[in-house]
Design a protein around this ligand. Structure first.
Ligand SMILES: C[S@@+](CC[C@H](N)C(=O)[O-])C[C@H]1O[C@@H](n2cnc3c(N)ncnc32)[C@H](O)[C@@H]1O
Length: 301
């Protein structure tokens, strides 16, 4: 594990369950390496982990490293190494691989126009799998600073951005205009609004938790009903999980399974409940972690 940054054109495709000193698999405790195209990242939730790097598979130690709670380490492809709990341990291991070419191409175009905006990988991925995007209608439920709305518009969707913050909406609209993109905005309070027109793609990223629980359910139901058949929804939202209760007391905290239930008759293109971190920090300056439901689903009837 080096303190090397994982390359920007890589994305996290897998996360292992939380490991303790009792559940950490034997395989990572002995010398091994990763595949040519895979980066690792180990985040320590509690206690500490020792990492030993080897020069080659003949057990000659290159260096040793201790990774403490709240720190992380990375390991580049094919690096020979082993890890061991120092005493007790609670950690998360994640795997990264290169983004698909189609995503990288869309990203490149987007970065040229909006170098300061970083959309969610899932929005990029969804855009990349839709072949006939031109002028298809996309709705961004709470567009915030506009990163995802602008990405969808740059990828040729005809975008409607909803938020309650007028300044952000004005900024998003003017950025879209500077690139001649199809994007309109509307100020709404989503505790009192339902989706009332049909769309091809509806996204909601890291916002449903702010609503009252009943409003969030009604809104999401309206979004599913107003999505055209053969088209998509994408949601990313913090959830309460058995192994990790969301530490922030949002008005709406459902479980991953409850969110999946909205899409039980849809084709699930991608779904996971990996651990992420908020921008918000705790009293010690550590970024707060929680599980997030990430669901991309296609309406098939
Ligand atoms: C964490 S930001 C996420 C923004 C965006 N989806 C993204 O991923 O960058 C949360 C957004 O929810 C909006 N919001 C919160 N409560 C709202 C409400 N009741 N009605 C409309 N927008 C709301 C805020 O204005 C903010 O833009």
């Amino acid at each position: 594990m080096e303190i090397q940054n994982i390359p920007e054109n890589f994305y996290r495709y897998k996360q292992m369950p939380i490991w303790t000193e009792e559940t950490i698999p034997e395989m990572v405790l002995t010398m091994h390496n990763t595949k040519v195209w895979v980066w690792w990242k180990a985040s320590i939730l509690e206690w500490a982990l020792k990492y030993t790097a080897f020069k080659d598979p003949r057990w000659e130690v290159e260096y040793e490293l201790v990774i403490n709670a709240w720190e992380f380490g990375t390991s580049s492809p094919q690096k020979w190494h082993k890890v061991e709990p120092i005493w007790k341990l609670k950690m998360i291991l994640e795997f990264f691989e290169e983004k698909p070419k189609a995503v990288q191409e869309l990203e490149e175009e987007f970065k040229k126009a909006f170098p300061d905006k970083s959309p969610h990988y899932e929005v990029e991925y969804l855009s990349s799998i839709v072949e006939n995007r031109e002028s298809k209608k996309a709705l961004d439920l709470w567009s915030g600073g506009g990163r995802n709305s602008l990405f969808l518009a740059k990828a040729w969707f005809d975008v409607t951005s909803w938020d309650q913050n007028l300044d952000w909406l004005a900024e998003t609209e003017s950025l879209a205009r500077s690139e001649n993109l199809k994007l309109t905005t509307k100020r709404v309070d989503l505790n009192e609004t339902l989706v009332d027109q049909n769309y091809d793609v509806i996204i909601s990223t890291v916002v449903l938790q702010f609503l009252e629980k009943e409003s969030a359910k009604k809104l999401l139901k309206s979004a599913t009903e107003k999505t055209n058949i053969w088209w998509y929804n994408l949601i990313i939202v913090p959830v309460d999980a058995e192994d990790m209760k969301c530490p922030i007391d949002f008005p709406n905290l459902m479980t991953y399974e409850e969110y999946l239930d909205f899409y039980k008759d849809w084709e699930i293109v991608h779904a996971d409940d990996m651990v992420w971190q908020f921008h918000r920090t705790d009293e010690n300056g550590h970024r707060i972690r929680a599980r997030f439901a990430t669901i991309i689903a296609k309406k098939i009837k």
